[in-house]
Design a protein around this ligand. Structure first.
Ligand SMILES: Cc1ncc(COP(=O)(O)O)c(C=O)c1O
Length: 286
């Protein structure tokens, strides 16, 4: 695997950072995960816009223009063997003596790697996944795509302890998101999802799914969703760049709806695949 670190392309094994990097010491940095289909970075401008928002929120000057990011990403995609890739990029504040206050004038650490993208196989899409409903005990700035994901990792592991593939999170009686996904539920034939706020990551896939619902006249509402509505949902879906759209078919060990992906999922999943296919047919990035 060829990766990028601070101006250079190199094999992963050669990429090294100093131990005083604030990403290592404090988790002081932000990241993006961008799916690449047939060597096309999916929704790249949207991912770069979210990166800009995350960087601004933690007061790191963006080390690259959009054109520079696009060129770096194109080089990493081209330098690696897979047509479909899960591209990961991270910016940390840089290296400094350990001190909580954000130091000024540091040179940010920029790292990009990529792996083969393995989207959920057909049998997982057909069966759906088990999830647990858990209290969202993370911080109150979940809109920032921060590398400090300890809360998310703990919640995902608590769910895994019970044999579940995702943790669906509720705070003060309302759905927020999944530990690594956004969540949609179907109630009375309408698709519901919470509005963007500081309590959830503004998912790129979440936006794509809303666009698909809108474009196809599928009844939906973006509004707060109660825990009771999640528990009584006819369908639950989780969405992310890696998982795409997956049905949750058991919640806390009980079937969601009929315990298999529901009719609305069967409508939306092919539309999502069609949307992706259009991207793959477009001309590749330079
Ligand atoms: C906490 C959380 N919410 C939502 C998402 C989905 O975001 P996206 O669709 O941009 O991948 C992710 C993705 O990793 C995530 O970590």
């Amino acid at each position: 695997m060829t990766v990028y670190l601070n101006g250079e392309f190199m094999p992963l094994e050669e990429a090294k950072i100093p131990v005083l990097d604030r990403g290592f010491i404090f988790g002081d940095g932000v990241y993006e995960v961008i799916p690449v289909y047939s060597r096309h970075a999916f929704r790249l401008p949207e991912h770069l816009a979210r990166l800009e928002t995350s960087l601004a929120a933690i007061r790191i000057d963006n080390p690259h223009s959009r054109a520079e990011w696009t060129a770096l990403i194109a080089r990493i995609i081209a330098a690696n063997p897979w047509d479909d890739q899960g591209l990961y990029l991270q910016v940390t504040r840089g290296v400094a003596p350990r001190e909580h206050l954000f130091p000024k004038g540091l040179v940010p650490t920029v790292f990009i790697m990529t792996n083969e993208l393995v989207t959920p196989p057909r049998q997982v899409v057909d069966a759906g996944i088990p999830a647990m409903l858990l209290p969202d005990f993370r911080w109150l700035r979940c809109d920032i795509k921060a590398v400090s994901l300890l809360g998310n990792c703990m919640l995902r592991t608590l769910a895994a302890d019970q044999g579940a593939a995702e943790a669906i999170l509720v705070r003060d009686g309302f759905l927020t998101e999944g530990a690594a996904t956004n969540i949609f539920v179907v109630r009375g034939g309408t698709v519901l999802t919470p509005p963007k706020s500081h309590l959830m990551l503004p998912g790129i896939t979440y936006d794509v799914v809303l666009e698909i619902l809108q474009a196809n006249g599928i009844g939906h509402a973006v509004r707060p969703v109660t825990e009771a509505e999640v528990r009584a949902a006819e369908e639950i879906w989780c969405t992310s760049s890696g998982k795409e759209v997956l049905a949750v078919t058991t919640l806390d060990g009980r079937p969601v709806g009929a315990g298999k992906p529901g009719p609305m999922f069967h409508r939306v999943y092919p539309l999502y695949q069609e949307f992706k296919a259009k991207v793959m047919r477009a001309p590749a990035h330079a």
